[in-house]
Design a protein around this ligand. Sequence first.
Ligand code: IMP
Ligand code: MG
Length: 175
Amino acid sequence: MAETIRVMISEEEIDAKIREMGAKISKDYEGKEIHLICILKGGVFFMCELAKRISIPLSMDFMSVSSYGNEKSSSGVVKIVKDLDEAIEGKEVIVVEDIIDSGRTLSYLMSMLQDRKPKSLALCTLLDKPDRRTHEVHVDYTGFAIPDEFAVGYGLDYAQKYRNLPYIGVVESQE
Ligand code: IMP
Ligand code: MG
């Protein structure tokens, strides 16, 4: 069965949205220095583009978590595969994620990071599927709220494929 990708959000729309988000963050944190935390691997494309659109000083760190489950949904068990290199105590931290689905991963992660005593802790996501939420998460910056469809591209994968698409698409199987 062949797979085709239907475009959900174009490269131009994403680019414009990220510029807007970068400008908003730069304004909200004016006079401060921020520390971006990328959740690997999905968040990496978004974080790189976002960082380029932020005009205030920033540093970056990376964390990798796995939520055991099948390819299209997470199980709720979150394991830290790669922890941060630097402490976040006293820092103005913004977590950068590709998508929030059930909210399980992020509700766990945000409370874990809060325990490390950052000066502030915010959450920024490119995509949000609010209809799928089972765990409450406070999201400070959202790029696009999308319907309950499995999205790929711009960092998001389906069985590790399609992360490199420069747009957000939906996988469609064809006979
Ligand atoms: P949550 O814990 O259910 O919010 O799941 C979050 C993680 O599941 C995301 O960081 C993605 O890695 C993955 N995920 C959820 N929805 C999608 C999707 O539509 N496409 C690709 N990955 C997804
Ligand atoms: Mg992710």
